[in-house]
Design a binder for this molecule. Structure first.
Ligand code: GLY
Length: 236
């Protein structure tokens, strides 16, 4: 399939389906979408390629038929459904489904949720999602993944990470993906180590703020992409 990828997650109680804010991952390891495929080097939300018309189309042609088909098969689906989409010339097409929140998409979607997630998830379980008034921020969020040198191939672990508090003081939310505690210090323990997230009124400000946070963090061999959200910025 040719086109731009986007992710559209939804809450559902098996009947009512509430799409979340769209997002876009960056799968390649290096700037300019070069290099090997990874588990995701960064995300941003919302994804401008997912216009309201495109979200409506994905809702009508993908989310509703999928949830209804599962109900018809006697497999009522409740919780979060993740649709990985390709936005082709003919509209949205499914790349993958995940029966869970996505990583690193969730790191940018949930910070934009203004309603209480617990109320929404309880309503999914209770079958009362239609009664929920789910509110989203008008702003944007960006996540920059900091990875271990060598990832997605072989990489070393156990590198001491510094600057976590400074990044949080600068306004970032730092999610730990591949870290561990050793002798009172936080060290690397995976390929994708941290997701540094910033939320702001617009995508440009969110990008700048996320990279301010990234600049505060260091460990031996750390690398990250410098062009997260480039497709959104090119559209400004
Ligand atoms: N980002 C896709 C996933 O969580 O599998």
């Amino acid at each position: 399939m040719d086109g731009e990828e986007a992710s559209l997650l939804c809450f559902t109680d098996g009947k009512t389906i509430c799409p979340m804010i769209s997002s876009q991952d960056h799968k390649r390891a290096y700037d300019g979408d070069k290099g090997p495929n990874t588990g995701g080097m960064g995300t941003y939300a919302p994804a401008p390629v997912m216009t309201k018309a495109m979200v409506d189309k994905a809702y009508e042609t993908i989310l509703i038929p999928t949830i209804r088909a599962m109900e018809k098969e006697g497999r009522l689906y409740k919780g979060c459904l993740y649709a990985g989409l390709m936005i082709t010339e003919d509209g949205p097409r499914v790349v993958e489904f995940n029966a869970r929140f996505g990583d690193p998409e969730t790191q940018v979607v949930l910070p934009l949720l203004e309603s209480d997630l617990v109320d929404i998830m309880l309503a999914c379980a209770d079958g009362t999602l239609a009664e929920q008034d789910i509110q989203w921020s008008d702003g944007a969020a960006v996540c920059v993944v900091i990875a271990s040198g060598g990832y997605p191939k072989a990489y070393e672990k156990g590198k001491v990470i510094s600057g976590l508090d400074a990044a949080e003081k600068a306004g970032s939310l730092v999610f730990h993906a591949g870290t561990a505690e050793k002798d009172g210090q936080i060290v690397t323990a995976g390929g994708r180590v941290l997701g540094v997230v910033a939320k702001a009124a617009d995508i440009r400000s969110a990008v700048d703020k996320a990279y301010d946070g990234v600049a505060k963090i260091s460990f031996d061999g750390a690398f990250h992409r410098n062009d997260i959200a480039h497709r959104a910025l090119e559209r400004l």
